[in-house]
Design a protein around this ligand. Structure first.
Ligand code: TYC
Length: 99
């Protein structure tokens, strides 16, 4: 196979199947439930009911899935969570994992 063809196939793979990343929020003992619900509504675009369910899942299971995104968007969400948490004085953490 020619180098040009190999490059074409690689390009197709990258364009059509960009890697996806799961973003999770982690439980802790100090962040208020209301703050987590607000984060889930404003950063992860959940409805109030969805946000409450995800927050309770994290509270019980130690982490919860907030969404699946491309690398750049997932990274932005993680940074937004950390910045908002620091500003509000909560230790809430978000992590991302390749799907
Ligand atoms: N465990 C926290 C409490 O009891 C609530 C909480 C939920 C914190 C989800 C973080 O990602 C979290 N106040």
């Amino acid at each position: 196979m020619s180098v040009a063809r190999e490059f074409e196939l690689l390009e197709e793979t990258i364009v059509k199947h960009p890697k996806k990343f799961k973003v999770y929020l982690l439980n802790d003992d100090y962040t208020s439930m209301d703050f987590v619900v607000d984060i889930l509504i404003t950063i992860f675009h959940k409805s109030y009911e969805q946000a409450e369910a995800v927050m309770l899942e994290i509270h019980k299971m130690d982490r919860g899935l907030c969404g699946v995104y491309t690398h750049e968007i997932a990274e932005t969400k993680v940074i937004q969570v950390i910045k908002r948490s620091q500003k509000s004085g909560f230790p809430l953490k978000a992590i991302m994992e390749e799907e």
